[in-house]
Design a protein around this ligand. Structure first.
Ligand code: UDP
Ligand code: MG
Length: 133
């Protein structure tokens, strides 16, 4: 079994898509083993997205992630990291495959409804960022 970190971002939380998106994970055989709602402050968002600090969109991204409540989840299944990236779809909803979460629910490249870890190393880092135990 593998674990990955998933976040339902502010644009989706504001549109009450929490249960709909969670049901996509459940239908795809993910177990939601931990979850919590949080509201990050700007500094937390900057730390979480530190890998992107040199990117032109970094400041807007951190403002956005800290703009509202998010739902943070640890998802578990075999190949959780890659399988989650598959059902999320491409970063830009316009380019996402049909049936993916970002295709169905995403608004734009920045308001793309979900985050998912992209590697084993980042999954571990991101899970411990939100769930210290
Ligand atoms: N993002 C953006 N503009 C861009 C690229 C990315 O606003 O041109 C945002 C978007 O919300 C994305 C996040 O930054 O989900 C992290 O970017 P990354 O390339 O890691 O995409 P992801 O892994 O989320 O698909
Ligand atoms: Mg990423």
């Amino acid at each position: 079994m593998e674990q990955t970190l998933s976040i339902i971002k502010p644009d989706a939380m504001e549109r009450n898509l929490e249960e709909k998106i969670k049901s996509v994970f459940i239908e795809n055989n993910f177990q939601i083993v931990k979850e919590k709602k949080v509201k990050l402050d700007k500094k937390d968002a900057e730390l979480f997205y530190k890998v992107h600090e040199a990117k032109p969109f970094y400041n807007d991204l951190c403002n956005y992630l800290s703009s509202g409540v998010i739902l943070v989840m640890v998802l578990e299944k075999d190949n959780a990291i890659l399988d989650n990236r598959k059902i999320m779809g491409a970063t830009n909803p316009i380019e996402a495959a049909s049936g993916t979460i970002r295709k169905i629910f995403g608004i734009s490249i920045d308001k793309n409804s979900v985050h998912g870890s992209d590697s084993k190393e980042n999954a571990e880092k991101e899970i411990s960022f939100f769930f210290k135990d």
